[in-house]
Design a protein around this ligand. Sequence first.
Ligand code: GDD
Length: 352
Amino acid sequence: MPTYCEAENLANLIPRITQVLNDSAISAEIIVVHDQSPDGIADLCQTLSQSSPLHLITRENERGLSTAVIAGMDAASAEILMVMDADLSHPPETIPELYFALKNQQADFVIGSRYVNGGSTDETWGWFRKFNSKIATWMARPFTTVKDPMAGFFALHRQDFLNAREILNPVGYKIGLELMVKCRCRNIIEIPIHFTDRTQGSSKLSFKEQINYLKHLKRLFEFKYRNYAYFAQFAVIGCSGVVVNLMALSLLLNWLNRPVAIAVAIWISMSTNFLLNRNITFSYARYAPILKQYLGYCSSCLLGAFFNWLTTMVLCSSITYFEKRTLLAALIGIVVGMTFNFILCRYFVFSK
Ligand code: GDD
């Protein structure tokens, strides 16, 4: 439970959770992560821990909901991890439903959802809050189709968390979305809950956190779709290489014999492609030693050219349809060669 200035709520919530755990025979540890809340939380937790399996973590120099959740997960040892707010917004009575859904239904991730059938929020939500929530939910669409990706009440397997631990870098509030995407959760179940507005204390969701959400979406986008973005840039640069090649060839033919002119034109376009890919497509690797990269690039292009040639030849000689359609076969060959080049560049020449 990420917690900042929630002593009043915790005094009510921890006994309720403990009761639920006892009633459903779930053996669990309640980890509360607070960031030096100046509200006597340490003394309160000391008292509560006499009747509850409570573990308080105090972070000295850090703030933030998402990183607090990660700190709590790092400290947990159970096989199933569950996260909920400390402000009584999420009904602790639903804990067993989430827990058993994850355990028994082979789910990767379970959400206590406000927006699935049967779920709800307080009637007091004004149109602006509803609109804000809908827009934020809609903006998460490229990453998941669940109805409530913004939820702060969810459960997952600890092993999935550990597998993704190194690549977690959330900014802002949406740790659930971060985990769903980075843990590559496929089978996600939503359990309906009623989301109650807090009655004690105040929300820490500021305008800055809304901006952080946009930054977070950008990071997730780069994470999930980066290979498509790289490939698109690689393809555009590949097309520019065709133009460079033809222009160079038409000039060189004035001075050199044809076989040499063709070879030099290929080398020029290969070199301009290399420089553009190094500085644009794979700019993350532009500080690596250039000569080694260049040699690697040229060798990988030679292999790509070979696969291009091979594909074209195989299509023309073994499929009747392509016998008289050499150009079409060559085009397919170019795509195959380019894809091959791309894979070699991405994972070997310009590897991180
Ligand atoms: N440790 C720590 N550090 N905890 C924090 C911090 C922080 O900087 N900021 C917030 N929390 C804790 C709060 O004490 C609370 O238990 C929980 O995180 C949620 O924070 P709220 O400030 O109450 O969030 P909210 O009610 O506006 O947002 C709710 O709705 C979102 C969905 O729209 C929460 O349920 C979010 O988790 C949820 O994503």
